[in-house]
Design a protein around this ligand. Structure first.
Ligand code: PEP
Ligand code: MG
Length: 554
């Protein structure tokens, strides 16, 4: 059994397939006799057209981001500029395959010099060229095979076009030896609903054709498992998914202990879409995500309109709006971030207000205006609070405007002093993504450190427990809004640690709600104790599973 980082949940069992090799083109190619050059040009055009047609066909079957990537690559294959350069080279005697590569090199150099988004297209450009060259050589299409029967794809990592072109009816599972849970491969797999495990060590040892059982929730991959056991695991997961889909809320444990199940949103449309889930409100509205492409600060009126859309989607319900968490992995151009050696440890989140209070003041004004006449008043929380003084100053500004103030607990110092912070605000929300990053001193964006930033780390759970205890002592709510809340087994552990609300991606709501509904509060407590005293994340998962009962997908 191999273990990687879980990226997209689901249990599947099928033979392994591997991407086709990239074609090679001899550097010193022969000169094409003049009489053959016209047919060589025609062959290139035919190959490019065939590749473009195939990519366009896949674009039509795909949706969303995947369709866009594929359509753009199809256009690249028959781009007149690229074909023109290649045809000229053939006219001068270069064979078609070498001409395609040389033309691609020219464009790649140009795109690289242009930098930015253009430079990012170089991988796609080379990928398209490889496909054309393989077509010319009559070789199998490089990149992703299109198997006749459902299969599990094992690869080092996927080119964007390959990931976008996956057909979930035949590629029913994906495992990569590189990548992280936030890599483009994982994001596209999530969009396509393909169970996926990334950063798997030892994946090369599984040969194409070997039957594989892949569990995208636990990150486990078993090669050549007992077929009956594998079929049972898949069936159990199907039954589990059906039970989840039947959960209608509101959130509570099996013995009726209330736990708010909330959703994370990023703008009006995502809040509207989240209404289709049984989530009872919004636990985290990441406002900075609305403004990532802005050069200038949005006006109060503009902000008011956007916040209004989210509040409108959840009329009468709890909505927690997080003030701008700009900086580090989410820089906002208008926030005027200084050049820092360590942006994750720099001026980000609430720290921006210490340099320039205006951005926060104007945002709170906009939220207050959007909330006029609304009951209940929106809850607002500040990201990256490290001290009680920061919480105090934020709370004052929020209360002046009739808003309910809270603090995010994302920094170990804040978890350790949660009680002092909570004296100033009305609630706390634990951001386990950053809390794990800062507790473990491990960049949350680094695939190599994914095991350290695992929210099952007992040290992270201990800080959540301490934060929840502060809430109990002061009689104020404490929730979790990081990715940890989206893991059904971990959600039970968090409830056992004393957390009263869980906010998560819309896609996780049913699974978490259903799981809680079948688990008693006492089981949650025992699972929490077991996880807290475990030596590492894997042991914590195992220990919790023993208490909660094993479900495929844990
Ligand atoms: C977190 O850090 O857990 C969190 C919810 O905030 P973000 O992921 O937006 O940093
Ligand atoms: Mg955070």
């Amino acid at each position: 059994m191999l273990v990687g980082t879980p990226a997209v949940s689901g249990v599947t069992y099928a033979p392994a397939v591997r991407p086709g090799a990239r074609p090679r083109v001899a550097e010193a190619a022969d000169v094409v006799p003049e009489s053959d050059r016209a047919s060589e040009q025609a062959a290139l055009l035919a190959a490019a057209t065939a590749v473009a047609d195939r990519l366009r066909g896949r674009a039509a079957r795909a949706g969303g981001a995947a369709a866009e990537v594929l359509a753009a690559n199809a256009a690249m294959a028959t781009d007149r500029g690229w074909l023109g350069v290649a045809q000229k080279l053939i006219a001068a005697g270069t064979p078609a395959r070498a001409a395609a590569v040389a033309a691609t090199d020219q464009f790649a150099e140009m795109f690289t010099k242009l930098g930015g988004l253009m430079a990012e297209r170089v991988t796609d450009l080379r990928d398209v060229c490889d496909r054309v060259v393989a077509e010319l050589a009559g070789a199998p299409e490089p990149g992703i095979p299109v198997p006749q029967q459902p299969a599990i794809l094992l690869a080092e990592d996927l080119a964007p076009a390959d990931a976008a072109g996956l057909d979930p009816s035949v590629i029913i599972g994906l495992a990569t030896s590189l990548g992280g849970p936030t890599s483009h491969t994982a994001i596209i797999a999530r969009q396509l609903g393909i169970p996926c495990v990334v950063a798997v060590t030892g994946l090369d040892a599984i040969a194409a054709g070997t039957p594989v059982l892949l569990d995208g929730s636990s990150g486990r991959i078993v090669s050549d498992p007992d077929p009956d056991l594998a079929a049972r695991a898949v069936e159990q997961f199907r039954a589990r998914t059906a039970r989840d889909a039947a959960w209608a809320g509101p959130g509570a444990t099996a013995d009726g202990h209330r736990v708010e199940v909330l959703v994370n949103v990023q703008d009006g449309p995502s809040a509207q879409a989240a209404r289709r889930t049984p989530a009872e409100g919004v636990g985290l509205f990441r406002t900075e995500l609305c403004f990532l492409d802005r050069d200038t600060e949005p006006t109060v009126a503009e902000q008011e309109r956007i916040y209004h859309e989210v509040l409108d989607a959840y009329t009468g319900a709890k909505v927690v709006i997080r003030t701008l968490d700009a900086g580090s992995d989410k820089p906002l151009r208008f926030a005027d971030h200084p050049d820092e050696a360590n942006p994750a440890l720099g001026i980000r989140g609430i720290r921006i207000a210490a340099r320039d209070a205006g951005i926060l003041d104007r945002q709170l004004d906009a939220i207050a205006r959007a909330a006029v006449g609304r009951a209940p008043a929106p809850w607002v929380m500040a990201p990256m609070i490290s001290t009680a003084a920061e919480a105090e100053s934020f709370a004052e500004k929020a209360r002046e405007r009739g808003l309910i103030p809270g603090a995010m607990i994302e920094v170990p110092a804040a978890a350790l002093t949660a009680e002092a912070i909570l004296r100033h605000v009305d609630f706390l929300s634990v951001g386990t993504n950053d809390l794990a990053q800062y507790t473990m001193a491990a960049d949350r964006m680094s695939p190599a450190l994914a095991a350290l930033t695992d929210p099952w780390q007992p040290a992270v759970l201990a800080l959540v427990a301490r934060t929840a205890a502060a809430g109990r002592r002061l009689g104020k709510p404490v929730g979790v809004c990081g990715e940890a809340a989206a893991d059904p087994a971990l959600a039970c552990v968090l409830v056992g640690l004393g957390v009263g609300s869980l906010s998560m991606a819309a896609g996780a709501v049913a699974a978490v709600g259903a799981r809680l509904a079948e688990t008693t509060r006492e089981q949650c407590r025992r699972a929490a104790d077991a996880a807290l005293t475990a030596a590492d994340p894997a042991a914590a998962r195992r220990a919790a599973r023993e208490v909660l009962g094993s479900t495929p997908g844990d």
